[in-house]
Design a protein around this ligand. Sequence first.
Ligand code: MLT
Length: 404
Amino acid sequence: MINTNYQKLPGSYLFSTIAKKVKEYQEKHPEKEIVRLGIGDVTQPIAPTILTAMHHAVDEMGKAETFRGYAPDLGYDFLRETIAKQDYKARGCEIEADEIFISDGAKSDSGNIQEIFAETIRIAVCDPVYPVYVDSNVMAGRCGTYDEKRGMWSDVIYMPCTRENSFIPAFPQETPDVIYLCLPNNPTGTTVPKTVLQDWVDYANKQGAVIIYDAAYEAYITESGVAHSIYECEGARECAIEIRSFSKNAGFTGVRLGFTVIPKELKRDGVSLHGLWARRHGTKFNGAPYIIQRAGEAVYTVDGQREIKEQIAYYMRNAATIKEGLSDAGYEVFGGVNAPYIWLKTPDQMTSWEFFDRLLEKAAVVGTPGSGFGPSGEGYFRLTAFGSYENTLKALERIRTTNL
Ligand code: MLT
């Protein structure tokens, strides 16, 4: 009767487990002021230009002449065209508006995209990895059995990313059908030069694999020589799907907006994946709200761009502050240059969860245990730069001065 694949999943979703632990701690210690640098949730308010556009759209909904019902299921043209022009054509990528599917966010898209592939495909993921990619494939019955001791699924191809390989995955020994890449990376906060991304595109085309490229943190790239889109690489139109989010660049974690790009050339078994996703989207999704899509459009205006760049700079100042502060305190720290995540080695051989518990108990600071993202994350810990500057300083001071 039920989908028993769900029962194979160990525990609850990573960020739900953390939220539960933090709630319990707060109930036990109501006097403690907890600093939360766990889930990558933004704290800066929606920028004024975007807010004005939302207000305007709300007013339109209140008048018969401008009221809108269902949005077009693949997204309003005004938003799809703006994205095609500013995120892609401006960077020399040939992406057309009708290859862009507007959604309610990158989490849904990255969880749902596996539906257009056969149940028998082998997926390859970086290890550590954003848990949604693996969990959604487990739910679909694709990952085999879970080895609790190793923290691994029998049928998933893992590509370890550790300090030994600078967090850059090597091509797997086994041949995958679908490869998930998230760059800049969540959780390690690192990224790869464009030349390395090109190698992945070449590899995928050679193997006939599809890359699902999660570019949710693209706006945080500060270094040159790093691709903002996989379509900057030659041949990517034949092998790559790109997923983007408005959550981290424009503070839409609670507003919800994202999109997926599937070029028309991308075919497998002679079938266009664009057509399959359009069919899926049309059947299961009724479009992101008009008000929110207008907000998304405003992100691309001159003022919108200036305002969101200020927010990104604000978060990146947090990242630099954490990185420098922890490294001065003797921690081994990675990431934080092209991404809003700091990835640190736990001190004294502590496991990731031991470090999580001590940090919460002794310093009332919340982070994310690296092992929650996969076995190669064991012994690492993630802090986000999305807190307020004041809280970031507070957390840093507590970590530095507490005897953990
Ligand atoms: C994270 O903390 O990894 C992200 O915020 C989760 C998400 O974007 O869904």
